[in-house]
Design a protein around this ligand. Structure first.
Ligand code: CO
Length: 290
């Protein structure tokens, strides 16, 4: 069901601080990915550690998938726009994430999982976001939830926006997942040509958008398809105003920074080098997710 809401109004919108192109990388067993949020942006976009966008109708770009690999110290949020991927992990969870579905996994003290395509042709398109955990929760028990498309709260506005609320809340609609500390907001926003969408954002929260259809304007800056725009943290801005130059679709992600040290070694993200050494040791010793 799609709720109708009245538009929120932003008094002063944030501008675009920087446009990011992303880097094509191969990950997993050979999956072609556009890495949009790279390690160099982790401090600026705290609490977010990584955003990968993938989208291809060539099976060779995705068929190898992501065979078993570990994670510790953060959360992974996979959003499948189109396609099917099967997840299995060492905590005993298994699920199929498919068209429009989200999988939210808290690696906490440790999970080894595999993410393998369950299709041999056709389009596979989606995102994987890494959300950091506060130091006090890095060694928490693993947690996992599959959220099928129909379970994601959505609403539309009279100004031509249709919005899915994956995390946080927008226009009074609570999203599928809520988190203390990082207070993530994760919206999928579809806009008709010339439609406007306004979202209130706390000034201290770091925020960005990624446009995956069409092109939009943010405070008169153009953000083209396959571009990420980091939104400026102007202290006097209370949100963001997005105008579609043509039919468009984008994700808007924001969160409260943790302001804690970030130490990363591949799939482990902790606060110190010692904790990273411990993670590698635990994984090698096989005591990782016990
Ligand atoms: Co993974």
């Amino acid at each position: 069901m799609t709720e109708q809401v009245t538009a929120e109004s932003v008094r002063r919108g944030r501008g675009v601080e920087r446009l990011i192109n992303g880097q094509f990388v191969m990950d997993g067993a050979g999956v072609k990915i556009n890495r949009v949020l790279t390690q160099g942006l982790q401090r600026r976009l705290d609490p977010f550690l990584m955003l990968d966008a993938f989208g291809s109708d060539k099976p060779g770009d995705y068929i190898a998938g992501f065979p078993e690999h570990p994670h510790r110290g953060f959360e992974t949020v996979s959003y499948m726009i189109k396609g099917s991927m099967r997840h299995r992990d060492s905590a005993g969870n298994e699920g199929l994430i498919t068209d429009g579905g989200v999988q939210w996994m808290t690696a906490g003290r440790g999970v080894a999982h595999s993410e393998m395509p369950e299709q041999t042709d056709g389009l596979m398109e989606g995102f994987q976001l890494w959300l950091n955990l506060p130091a006090k929760d890095k060694m928490t028990a693993p947690w996992y939830r599959d959220i099928p498309s129909e379970a994601i709260p959505r609403f539309s506005t009279a100004s031509g926006a249709t919005v899915q609320v994956i995390a946080g809340a927008s226009h009074g609609v609570a999203g599928a997942v809520q988190r203390d500390h990082t207070e993530p907001l994760y919206l999928d926003i579809e806009l008709a040509a010339n439609a406007t969408f306004e979202q209130l954002l706390p000034p201290g929260h770091n925020a960005f958008i990624y446009v995956f259809r069409g092109q939009v304007l943010v405070d008169e800056s153009c953000v083209a398809q396959s571009r990420m725009a980091i939104l400026a943290n102007n202290p006097d801005a209370d949100g963001v105003r997005i105008v579609a130059a043509q039919p468009s679709r984008l994700i808007l992600i924001a969160g409260r920074p943790l302001n804690e040290p970030i130490a990363q070694y591949g799939p482990f993200v902790m606060n110190t080098q010692d904790e990273l050494r411990q993670a590698v040791e635990d994984f090698r010793a096989g005591t990782f997710s016990a």
